[in-house]
Design a protein around this ligand. Sequence first.
Ligand code: PEP
Ligand code: MG
Length: 326
Amino acid sequence: RQEQFKALRGVEPLTRDGKRIKLQMNAGLMVDLPQLVESGAEGIGLFRTELQFMIASTMPKMEEQEVFYRNVLKQAAGKPVTFRTLDIGGDKVLPYLRAMEEENPALGWRAIRLSLDRPGLLRTQLRAMLRASAGQELRIMLPMVTEVSELRTVRELLQKEIQRQSKIGEQLPRKLQFGAMLEVPALLWQLDELMDEVDFVSVGSNDLFQFSMAVDRGNARVSDRFDVLGRPFLRILRDIIRAGDRNETSVTLCGEMASKPLSAMALLGIGYRSVSMSPTAVGPVKAMLLALDVDKLSAMLHAALDDTRGRTPVRQMLVDFATENG
Ligand code: PEP
Ligand code: MG
């Protein structure tokens, strides 16, 4: 089967009814990069920069970060790479960055919160990204955003770094794209403001599911209790893509959901046209979409989500649809 998927590498990701789907992959280390060619992904939709920090024994210096990002862009050979700023804290701890004991680390001092409280750390990272992408496109996104004002603060810091780079005569990126991850439910009630502020939004469905259903993603006792393909979560995801369409803001999804053909199918059915997944999932997901009639699925799925009396699990309906339609 792997061979079969390999054969799809160069095939354009068009659904049976002609919808163009953007398939990107997630990465975090140099060893992931060869997969960009092997999988046939169009780019890296999520580059987890914290991995470089997690495998290091001391805080990587600006130059080390710069060299690393430069190598990533070089290996990507023109395919777009979306760098996510540090997402540490919670379950991702850095031994050399002493954090205090937290009762609820998932809700604690992590990701963008930590970066905003350590502006030196954030500015160093932004500077390394700016320098590494001189003359190229730079795509930056921020993890765990809760309020739109956080984005404005980071944008100001970024602006300062840009001014600094140009003042000392360094070449700037040719194009800058600034985005936010949607992982915290509070952002669902700021969608229009959010989309006014960014060039793109990427749904982190792992964390968004954890927070909206109040289930610890790492606790097996509860993590399987609710379904990502249940009505509540699919309705949330649909509200996001509708806001994207309304605001003409590009929306993508980079959580685990995108890696499973059945849930990827559901995402296309509710309107997603761009997803980022683990590299090995690109082949299977492409095979699924080539055979998919999206309009037909959408009609079924929207009816199921609008039906407040519906009792049949949506997962079951999706399995039936997939079976009936090959
Ligand atoms: C997510 O939360 O869905 C996500 C992609 O980020 P991470 O898994 O790195 O938390
Ligand atoms: Mg996350």
